[in-house]
Design a protein around this ligand. Structure first.
Ligand code: SF4
Length: 598
C-alpha cells in the first residue's frame, strides 16, 4: 500500500505526467484491473511515448481507462489536493484485508496531520513541497505490530518483560548484545546506564517462565568471526541438541517434501488442492482443461504442431495468446533475421539455377550465391556492415564466398551439395503445401485420420531434389540446433509432415530427408546430416551410427491421439511437467509457473 501511495504521490504532484507514473499506479496489484490496460502499456512502451496526453488517439480507443486516469489525477469533485488524496486513500480504508486497512488508516492520519500543520501555519499546499513533506513523514512513520492469530511475533528483549508466552525463544544472548548495550555519544557525558541491572532483571523474569523459554547464543557472526556467550549466561548448560542439521523450514521448503506425493490432510488449502489435482491423471481446471471443439478437423503448421507436442502451454502462449516479449532481445532478433536471409538467398539461388550451375562452374555458382545474398540483405533492409555485432554474425556466410574459401559456411554447403546431389533432374525451392491463400505453386495439404478426427498440415519445404528412378531427397536448412532424437521422443513432427506432403504429391517415390546445418564453423554445427528414410511405412531415424525404426502408423496415432483429446475438450494445456530440455530455452519460462508445484 505504501508503494502504491508513493506512486500515486508522484503522479498527482508531477508537473508533466509520464506514462510510467500512470502505469505504476494503474497496474499496481491493489488497483482494480481494467480491460485493455496491458495492451495500452505495451503500446506506449513500444511507441516510445513518454508523456501522458489525454488527447492521444490510441488512448481514445480505451475510454474507460482514460476516464479512470482522469479521475485519479484530476479528481473533479475534490477542490484541493488534500481532499483528492483523502478520496483516493479512502477506497482502501474499508478493505477486507486487515493489514491493508491498518496501513491505509495510518496513511490517512499522516496526511491529516500534515493538513492540520499546514493550516496552523497558514501554508498554502504546493505540489512539490507537499510531496517532499509527505515522503519525509512517511520515512519516519512506523506501524506497531499487533497481535496476529498466527505466526511468530518478533520483539526486543525489553518487550518480553510483561509477557505470558506459550514459548519464548531468546536469540543473540552474546557478549556485546546482552547485557543490553546502549549507544554512547563520545561528545556527551554518558547518561547513567543500568544495563547490567536491567539485564539481570530480565534474566530472572525469563527464569521464572521455566522451560517455556529457550536461550540461544550464536557461535559465529555472519562474517564467520567467533562470538562469545554472554557472561550472564556462564552458568547455563549447553544443550546437547544438535541444531546445525536442521533444515531451514520455510513453508515452501516444508512442502517440498511432498513433491510428487499427494497431501491428504489439508484438503481445503487452495495450493494443496491444485498440487493434488496436478498429480492426478485426470485433466482438471488446474491442468488447463480446454473446451470441446465442434469441428472434427484441426489445421496446424508443422512448427506450431511441434510446439504443441513439446509443451501445450508453450503452444498456447505462442499460437493462441500470441504473447511476445516486450523487452527487445537484439541477439535473438538478429539470429531470426539471419535465418530468414539465408533461406531467402538459397531460395533465390536455387530458382536462378544455382544448384545446376554447381556441376558446370563452381566459381560462378559461388558468385551467384554472393549476389543473391546481397539481394536478400537489401530485401530485409539489413546492412551487415552497420556495426561490429552484425559484421561478426554474418562474416562466416559473407567473407570470401566468391573466393570459394572453406571457412565460409555457404561454400561448404555448396560443396556438399555438389558432392551428394549433383545428379538431380528436377528441383523445388521453398515449396509450400497446405497454405490457406492458394497460389499455383502451393501443394495440397497432407492429412491424417478419418471422418471422425482429421489433422491437416501446412508448411514449407526448403529444398526438394528429384533424382532418376523416382528418388526424392528433401532438405531443411538449419541455422540453429537440431537433433533427430526429437522424432524418436515424438516431440518433432516437422519431418513426418514433410514426408506426408511429399508422399501425397509424389506417389510411389522413394523419399529421404536430411538437414543441412549451417549454424557455425564448429564441426558438430555444420554439415549434411544422415538421411532420414521411409521404407514400407517404417521410418528409419538416424541415431548415432545406426537407425531407429519407428512405424509411421505409431507416430500418426500419437498425433491423432493429441488431436482427439483437443477436439473432445479433454486436453490439459498445463498438463506437461517442467522438463529440462524443452524448458531450458523457452521464452515463456518466467510466466508459465510450472515450477509452482511444490
Ligand atoms: S518453460 Fe517449459 S513448461 Fe513452461 S511453457 Fe516453456 S516449455 Fe512449457
Amino acid at each position: 500500500m505504501s508503494q502504491l501511495f508513493i506512486s500515486y504521490l508522484n503522479l498527482i504532484t508531477t508537473q508533466k505526467i509520464k506514462w510510467n507514473d500512470v502505469f505504476a499506479v494503474l497496474l499496481h496489484p491493489l488497483m482494480q484491473p481494467e480491460t485493455g490496460l496491458f495492451e495500452l502499456q505495451i503500446y506506449y512502451r513500444g511507441a516510445g511515448k513518454i508523456y501522458f496526453d489525454k488527447t492521444d488517439e490510441y488512448l481514445l480507443q480505451f475510454p474507460e481507462i482514460k476516464e479512470k486516469i482522469e479521475k485519479i489525477i484530476f479528481s473533479d469533485s475534490e477542490t484541493d489536493i488534500f481532499s483528492t488524496i483523502f478520496s483516493f486513500l479512502k477506497k482502501f480504508a474499508r478493505s477486507e484485508n486487515r493489514e491493508l486497512t491498518i496501513v491505509t488508516e495510518k496513511l490517512l492520519s499522516l496526511v491529516k496531520n500534515l493538513q492540520n500543520y499546514y493550516s496552523l501555519l497558514e501554508i498554502e499546499p504546493q505540489k512539490t513541497t507537499l510531496k517532499k513533506d509527505l515522503l519525509f513523514i512517511l520515512q519516519k512513520a512506523e506501524i506497531h505490530p499487533k497481535k496476529h492469530e498466527f505466526g511468530i511475533e518478533i520483539m526486543g528483549f525489553l518487550d518480553t518483560l510483561d509477557l505470558q508466552p506459550e514459548k519464548l525463544f531468546l536469540l543473540g544472548l552474546n557478549e556485546g548484545s546482552f547485557p543490553i548495550s546502549k549507544p554512547t555519544n563520545p561528545f556527551l557525558n554518558p547518561l547513567p546506564n543500568y544495563s547490567w541491572f536491567i539485564s539481570m532483571q530480565l534474566l530472572l523474569r525469563w527464569n521464572a517462565l521455566g522451560n517455556k523459554v529457550k536461550y540461544f547464543a550464536a557461535e559465529r557472526d555472519v562474517d564467520g568471526t567467533s562470538l562469545q556467550i554472554s557472561t550472564l549466561l556462564e552458568n547455563f548448560h549447553k544443550s546437547e541438541e544438535n541444531l546445525s542439521d536442521l533444515e531451514y523450514q520455510s513453508l515452501r521448503n516444508f512442502l517440498k517434501k511432498y513433491y510428487g506425493k499427494k497431501i491428504l490432510n489439508f484438503p481445503y488449502h487452495k495450493q494443496i488442492i491444485r498440487h493434488n489435482a496436478l498429480l492426478d491423471e485426470s485433466i482438471s481446471e488446474f491442468s488447463g482443461k480446454t473446451e470441446k471443439i465442434e469441428s472434427n478437423k484441426l489445421f496446424f503448421s508443422s512448427s506450431s504442431f511441434d510446439k504443441l507436442l513439446q509443451c501445450p502451454m508453450k503452444y498456447w502462449f505462442a499460437e493462441i495468446l500470441k504473447i511476445k516479449q516486450i523487452d527487445y532481445d537484439e541477439d535473438k532478433e538478429n539470429r531470426r533475421i539471419l535465418g530468414n536471409i539465408l533461406h531467402k538467398s538459397l531460395e533465390k539461388f536455387g530458382k536462378a539455377g544455382g544448384f545446376r550451375k554447381l556441376r558446370e562452374d563452381f566459381s560462378s555458382a559461388c558468385l551467384l550465391l554472393e549476389e543473391k545474398l546481397r539481394e536478400s540483405f537489401d530485401e530485409y533492409k539489413i546492412n551487415p556492415d552497420e556495426n561490429l555485432l552484425l559484421k561478426n554474425l554474418y562474416k562466416i556466410y559473407r567473407n570470401n564466398l566468391h573466393k570459394e574459401n572453406s571457412a565460409n559456411l555457404l561454400v561448404r554447403l555448396l560443396k556438399w551439395n555438389l558432392e551428394k546431389f549433383s545428379d538431380f533432374k528436377d528441383a523445388f525451392f521453398e515449396q509450400k503445401f497446405g497454405m490457406k491463400n492458394e497460389t499455383a505453386d502451393n501443394w495440397d495439404f497432407p492429412e491424417i485420420g478419418d471422418d471422425k478426427i482429421k489433422l491437416l498440415f501446412r508448411g514449407i519445404i526448403d529444398k526438394i531434389f528429384i533424382f532418376p528412378e523416382n528418388q526424392i531427397i528433401a532438405t531443411d536448412y538449419k541455422t540453429g540446433k537440431f537433433d533427430f532424437k526429437e522424432i524418436i521422443e515424438k516431440t518433432n513432427s516437422q519431418f513426418v509432415i514433410y514426408l506426408l506432403a511429399l508422399q501425397k504429391h509424389f506417389s510411389n517415390f522413394k523419399i529421404k530427408i536430411a538437414v543441412e546445418q549451417i549454424k557455425s564453423l564448429r564441426k558438430a554445427e555444420n554439415g549434411l546430416s544422415t538421411f532420414l528414410e521411409i521404407r514400407e511405412d517404417t521410418l528409419f531415424v538416424p541415431s548415432g551410427k545406426t537407425f531407429i525404426e519407428i512405424p509411421l502408423s505409431e507416430l500418426k496415432e500419437h498425433f491423432l491421439n493429441v488431436a482427439e483429446k483437443i477436439i473432445a475438450g479433454n486436453f490439459g494445456v498445463a498438463s506437461k511437467e517442467l522438463r529440462r530440455k524443452v524448458c531450458e530455452y523457452c521464452e515463456y519460462k518466467s510466466i508459465c509457473r510450472k515450477d509452482s508445484q511444490f
